[in-house]
Design a protein around this ligand. Structure first.
Ligand code: RIB
Ligand code: CA
Length: 324
């Protein structure tokens, strides 16, 4: 995690610490709001966006990532498509939650530029190899691309500065009582990722369900110019916004964790992903009693909601000033 603001050795200038991030996603309404948070955060440098089939099919998650790159003024950040489906022949989608387009009620201008050549798995490996210890992987969709990258090049576990995921839960699921969507969409991939040897920073439903767009939050999104054309219809499609509650922007929590981990309390744990259970397939079985085992996850357990929204809305306001 960033360790404060370094002073430039020669000029003595304060050089803001910039964290390089590679975002693997399945846009997806909350993926879009996570990308907007990253786009509005000068302390993050997005080195790449990779896409995976998840909320909607890969063709649509990729089209949405391309449209978001241009809408959010992300310049030349490469968008590279990855796995269309899970490691095993199964398809779990969430178009009933995100809409057939994947972006709910938001309609963005069609993208002009296309994807980068190649496959997301190779992009992830090549990016991490070229900058060992520098890039934080943020995965906010099914973990198929990350698992395939680990299998193809196990050293990415050492090369990645960190791995931060939105996924799982140590209490209950959302797609069914046991499993959270990203884990259920590819349990074998999740099992490979949690067993790969890194310490997964896990933003599960236990904290992300607190990141709720209430009417007070939505009111702060409305005056944000062009950006509000994404934020407001997307959030309103994602759930019923009221004074007390609303849709949770799960994926933005993963980006927020990279920006400021102090927003969260977190506990080391040993996490195993159920792949065989009739009723529990995709469940992240979380053991906080680590004993003499090496924890493979740092599991977030609470969120400072007020500070979260101050961070997120501050980033959105800064981005809106840029977008007009
Ligand atoms: O369970 C929430 C997760 O599933 C989020 O990443 C959302 O985008 C969906 O992919
Ligand atoms: Ca997602």
């Amino acid at each position: 995690m960033p360790g404060g603001t370094p002073i430039h050795a020669l000029s003595g200038r304060i050089v803001p610490f910039v964290t390089k991030v590679l975002i693997d996603c399945d846009p997806g309404i909350d993926d879009a709001l996570a990308l907007a948070l990253a786009a509005g955060s000068p302390s993050l440098e997005i080195v790449g966006i990779t896409t995976v089939g998840g909320n909607v099919d890969l063709s649509m998650t990729t089209a949405n990532a391309l449209a978001l790159r241009e809408f959010l003024d992300l310049g030349d950040v490469p968008v590279t498509p990855g796995s269309a489906g899970a490691l095993l022949p199964q398809t779990v989608r969430a178009a009933h939650v995100h809409g057939e387009s994947g972006l709910g009620g938001a309609v963005l201008p069609a993208p002009v530029r296309d994807v980068s050549a190649g496959h997301a798995v190779d992009f992830i490996i090549d990016a991490l190899k070229a900058a060992p210890g520098e890039i934080t992987l943020i995965a906010v969709g099914p973990l198929t691309n990350i698992a395939l990258a680990v299998r193809r090049e196990p050293r990415i576990v050492e090369w990645a500065r960190d791995l931060v995921i939105m996924g799982g839960s140590y209490t209950r699921g959302n797609h069914n009582p046991a499993a959270e969507f990203n884990m259920l969409a590819d349990p074998e991939a999740a099992a490979i990722v949690f067993a790969a040897g890194w310490t997964v920073k896990q933003l599960g439903l236990d904290v992300t369900l607190s990141a709720v767009v209430t009417s007070a939050v939505l009111d702060r999104m409305r005056p944000l110019g062009r950006l509000s054309e994404l934020l407001v219809p997307a959030a309103q499609f994602y759930g019923m916004v009221t004074a007390e509650g609303g849709p949770a922007i799960h994926d933005a929590c993963a980006v927020a964790y990279v920006l400021d981990p102090s927003l969260f309390a977190a506990v080391p744990a040993v996490v195993n992903v159920e792949t065989a259970g009739t009723y529990t397939r995709g469940m992240t079985v979380t053991d906080f009693k680590v004993a003499d085992r090496r924890p493979n996850a740092l599991v977030t357990t609470s969120l400072d909601v007020k500070r979260f929204w101050d961070l997120v809305l501050g980033a959105y306001e800064g981005l809106a000033a840029r977008l007009g």
